[in-house]
Design a protein around this ligand. Structure first.
Ligand code: GLU
Ligand code: MG
Length: 421
């Protein structure tokens, strides 16, 4: 649809403004809103935004430690993807669109996270590969007075009755916003709820993850609840994982397909590629202090670097397809992933490191069916299982030591990302 027709449609639907959103290097959505009458102009030339958002930290402080962005001077343009404009069901005066940050002259800007994923998808296409991806979103809900919004039991419908109006809004608003919910349930932790999004192409999956956050926040506000996506809201309970499921496809064939023991050779190579680079990958997909605190053994979060078939302690959990489900449903779940990751960067590095394994024909080490957190040091050493990086310095060292991540992000963005940490 052209922007004139789109403007007419949105205006008739009562839309007054367009919010254009992107995610920064902390996974925090940032945005600009313009009157809807500016749609055509903004679609052409974007909205002015400081270059410094690439070096904002998670408490909105700006670091000048990255040489490429070490002064307050500089501007970039935030251009909405007009194909993705959605009237927000929970905030009906607003339409929402994901945006790309481009240079002031309209050319690609090296710090544009969405552009990184778009380039990665194009690089896969050159090799005849496509991917599907989908996130699970765990979050906690509290009342205005700080009380948990539900009191379990975990996975119980009784828990959901305590947040019934919120759940009803979420189901309706997700559908209206074009977000396909795979399933919703009360999760293990107190006041915790999970929504799984259906798998789709990578850029849509990352866009939808941002839109899902916005939709959830609006529904929570409507019902007087506060919502937290923090990786570890409380040290005594389960964390909020945003597990990332991916599958890699060639010519309509899911390379992750296989059997109950694991995927076929290409799928195993994908697993092996991710496992090889997992310390660096997790530094992008679970990059905050909260992320590191969440990655404890015994909490289904993925503390040790290994893979398993349907093993919920494995940071890389292979989910087989079956004749019952459809063999094509096979995928790999990354559990070392949470809301403090930028979804575009997270998906770009996962796909790049997995696909590198396929290109090199890597072989995977054996899968494990138990929790290495219950083994002693000797057993872990014998089986070659090490802990994922547990401190920011260890994560930084892993990033520096993973050339494939530098290739995907580019030196500028990787530099800004590391400076922000
Ligand atoms: N809440 C767990 C986490 O921190 C995950 C629980 C599950 O497997 O769904 O990732
Ligand atoms: Mg869960």
């Amino acid at each position: 649809m052209g922007t004139d027709a789109l403007l007419r449609e949105l205006t008739e639907a009562g839309v007054a403004g367009l919010t254009v959103s992107w995610a920064d290097n902390n996974g925090i959505p940032r945005s600009r809103t313009v009157p809807i009458s500016a749609l055509a102009q903004v679609a052409r030339t974007g909205i002015g935004v400081t270059t410094l958002f690439a070096v904002f930290d998670s408490s909105d402080a700006i670091t000048y430690a990255h040489p490429g962005l070490s002064t307050p001077s500089g501007d970039t343009r935030l251009v909405p993807d007009t194909d993705r404009i959605t009237q927000l069901a929970g905030q009906p005066a607003l339409a929402w669109a994901p945006g790309n940050l481009v240079s002031a002259d309209g050319t690609p800007w090296p710090y544009d996270q969405r552009g990184v994923l778009q380039r990665q998808v194009a690089a896969l296409a050159e090799k005849g590969l496509t991917a599907l991806a989908g996130w699970e979103l765990e979050f906690t809900l509290h009342r205005a007075d700080g009380a948990p919004a539900h009191h379990g039991p975990a996975y119980g419908p009784a828990a959901l009755t305590e947040v019934d109006e919120f759940v009803a809004s979420v189901l309706r608003d997700f559908a209206a916003n074009g977000l396909s919910i795979h399933q919703l349930h009360a999760e293990y932790g107190p006041a915790q709820v999970e929504i799984a999004l259906a798998a789709t192409d990578p850029v849509s999956a990352a866009d939808q993850q941002l839109l899902a956050r916005q939709t959830l926040r609006a529904a929570a506000r409507t019902h007087g609840l506060t919502i937290s996506f923090a990786p570890l809201p409380s040290t005594s309970h389960a964390g909020n994982g945003w597990h990332l499921h991916t599958s890699l496809w060639r010519g309509g064939q899911n390379l992750l397909a296989g059997g109950p023991e694991g995927p076929g050779a290409d799928g195993l190579a994908y697993v092996a590629g991710l496992l090889r680079d997992l310390p660096g990958v997790a530094a992008i997909t679970a990059p905050s202090l909260g992320s590191l605190a969440r990655l404890r053994p015994g909490f289904f979060a993925g503390a040790y670097a290994f893979w398993g078939v349907q093993n919920r302690e494995a940071p890389l959990r292979y989910v087989p397809g079956t004749a019952f489900l459809g063999e094509d449903r096979a995928n790999l779940e990354l559990k070392a992933s949470d809301a403090s990751a930028n979804p575009y960067l997270a998906l770009a590095v996962v796909l790049a490191c997995g696909a590198a394994g396929v290109a090199e024909g890597l072989t995977a080490p054996p899968a494990f069916g138990s929790d290495p957190g219950t083994w002693d040091d000797d057993e872990r050493a014998t089986r070659g299982v090490v802990a994922l990086p547990g401190t920011p310095d260890e994560q930084d060292a892993a990033l520096a030591a993973t050339p494939r991540i530098g290739d995907v992000l580019g030196a500028e963005l990787l530099g800004a990302f590391r400076a922000v940490r």
